[in-house]
Design a protein around this ligand. Structure first.
Ligand code: APR
Length: 244
């Protein structure tokens, strides 16, 4: 079990596809090893995009359209409540490209693998909010050039966003919590070791043990929607009314 929660000031939370599963968003590594019927390397690499841009644009267009049909669940809402009430530093780092943390109200939030609702123009290098379809090759909202937009998603072989800020938060944190991620993809899978090396307590909440489960001080197995609200309430209760 973990040490005293009253010592906790700074928290880093990492989330993965598992936190959105109960909202109806497919995880990446299902039992069939496929992501919505596709091998990851056929849709989530720069090489796949160069080879068959229409397939990749259609794939992400479908994922983006699906966002309109799903809602944040109890786990997203609990993390937004923690963000609103926590007096110390808090950083929610999500690997998810959905907008469910945003819609639940989390503010201290960073999308390290990009966002479905953002596009990146390879002509002007600008990024823009976007909710439409890229398969119809729309013009860039910034520079008006058509045919240069790609999903603002970090694909395999590309550098995740804001790594310096994340590393700085991991060094400073007293508690690192990982929720709903298989721990199969680096650098996110290594965050637990960084945080622990710098003295943080570490907690995992996942449906089943992640690949790096043994790195955590404590692992709680179950659905995020069942586990996360209780963990948030416990944390807020333990730090006491004088701080929260
Ligand atoms: N509650 C909690 N955990 C769950 C739930 C649930 N309801 N449902 C599934 N899980 C767990 C699974 O057991 C699995 O360990 O969530 C994890 C999801 O793992 P992945 O599908 O591998 O997703 P993730 O870890 O986010 O993938 C990381 O890989 O393809 C890339 O860039 C993509 O961000 C993604 C990265």
């Amino acid at each position: 079990m973990m040490g005293c929660m009253k010592d906790i000031q700074n928290i880093v939370i990492l989330t993965g596809a598992g936190i959105s599963a109960e909202s109806g968003v497919a995880t990446f590594r299902g039992p069939d090893g496929l992501w919505e019927g596709h091998r990851v390397e056929d849709v989530a690499t720069p090489e796949a995009f160069a080879r068959d841009p229409a397939l990749v644009q259609n794939f992400y267009d479908e994922r983006r359209a699906k966002l309109q049909t799903v809602q944040p669940n109890a786990a997203h809402q609990a993390l937004a409540k923690l963000d609103a009430k926590w007096p110390g530093d808090l950083l929610l780092v999500t690997q998810n490209v959905d907008d469910l943390h945003d819609r639940a109200g989390s503010k201290r939030l960073l999308h390290m693998h990009g966002e479905l609702n953002s596009v990146w123009c390879r002509f002007c290098d600008g990024r823009s909010a976007f909710e439409g379809q890229l398969a119809s090759t729309p013009a860039c909202p910034r520079c008006s050039q058509a045919g240069y937009l790609r999903p603002d998603i970090v694909w395999f072989g590309e550098m995740p966003y804001q790594m310096e800020r994340i590393e700085a938060a991991l060094v400073q944190c007293d508690l690192f919590v990982s929720i709903g991620t298989s721990g199969a993809v680096y650098p996110a899978a290594g965050f637990v070791q960084s945080a622990r090396y710098h003295g943080a307590q570490t907690l995992e909440m996942n449906l089943d043990p992640s690949e790096g489960s043994f790195h955590f001080h404590e692992s709680r197995m179950g659905r995020a929607g069942d586990l996360v609200p209780g963990w948030v309430e416990g944390l807020l209760r333990e730090v006491g009314d004088e701080r929260v």
